[in-house]
Ligand binder design. Structure first.
Ligand SMILES: NC(=O)c1ccc[n+]([C@@H]2O[C@H](COP(=O)([O-])OP(=O)(O)OC[C@H]3O[C@@H](n4cnc5c(N)ncnc54)[C@H](OP(=O)(O)O)[C@@H]3O)[C@@H](O)[C@H]2O)c1
Length: 247
């Protein structure tokens, strides 16, 4: 790791007050980036900001990503901040899950998951691609999917459908950006159970001792940020070590 690698560059992390988002924010800050931390809960974001190296260089921009007005404002604020320090890293991490059979899932629950897990990343990419392209050092987009992005987990129909959609979006985005040249790279991270608020509420059956620590997911993001050669990693699947790799 080089602690000045991203000095003078911005990193925007959605869901930065949460388990995985706060750990990824740290990894970006440790590499010198100035963070734009977003989520709904200002207090959680402020406490993450204060815990990072160089807290005064980071910005908290609260936004509910299911609301068009707040998403637009976030996009504008991030684009403006990127005028002073270019945007080098965009982490599309905010998300919500649901534990319910398809029959018991309401249309409102379905729409909420799609708004947050699929529509918001699409809108943020549209708003911030110009800023990433304008960065002479190139850019990185990390999309936090899930093992359910490609699998059928019982009683997670709306969540699995939204993460499948996000996965398709991510793969096409990677190809479209590659067509322009290799300046902006896209990485899809597909974790299994991680020890955060989300999994504790949706999968209380999993023994927390066996869950992946959020810092392990952040460590993968850090390793990808540190790769500066000719190799590109498109997708990283991460399972709990106790889970059968063939299941
Ligand atoms: N935990 C797992 O086992 C696991 C496994 C695979 C993939 N993932 C994915 O990892 C990502 C992060 O989840 P996590 O495990 O770190 O859970 P978490 O701790 O519950 O974090 C979720 C984050 O999403 C934000 N968020 C929720 N609703 C939002 C909204 N309407 N507008 C803006 N932000 C919103 C939350 O911000 P506020 O608190 O400020 O509202 C929070 O920071 C998600 O995309 C999830 O699907 C998690």
């Amino acid at each position: 790791m080089n602690s000045t690698q991203y000095e003078g560059q911005r990193a925007l992390v959605t869901g930065a007050g949460g388990g995985i988002g706060s750990a990824i924010s740290r990894v970006c800050a440790e590499r010198g980036a100035s963070l734009i931390l977003t989520g709904r809960n200002r207090e959680k974001l402020e406490s993450v900001r204060l815990s990072l190296p160089g807290p005064q260089g980071h910005h908290v921009v609260p936004a509910d990503l299911t609301r068009d007005d707040e998403l637009t404002l976030l996009g504008q604020t991030a684009a403006e901040l990127s005028g002073t320090e270019p945007l080098g890293i965009l982490v599309l991490n905010a998300g919500a899950a649901l534990s319910a059979s398809i029959e018991d899932t309401t249309v409102q629950q379905w729409d909420h998951l799609f708004a947050l897990n699929v529509r918001a990343p699409f809108q943020l990419v549209k708003a911030l691609l110009p800023a990433l392209r304008a960065n002479p050092g190139g850019g990185r987009i990390f999309v936090i999917g899930s093992v359910v992005s490609t699998e059928a987990y019982l009683d997670q129909g709306a969540y699995a459908a939204s993460k499948h959609a996000l996965h398709g979006f991510t793969r096409v985005l990677a190809r479209e950006l590659h067509r322009e040249g290799a300046a902006v790279q896209v990485h899809s991270i597909l974790p299994g159970g991680v020890n955060t608020e989300m999994v504790r509420s949706v999968r209380p059956d999993i023994d927390t001792e066996q869950l992946i620590d959020p810092t392990e997911i952040a460590g993968i993001v850090g390793a990808l940020l540190d790769m500066a050669g000719n190799a590109a990693v498109d997708e990283v699947r991460v399972r709990r070590r106790t889970k059968d790799p063939g299941a």
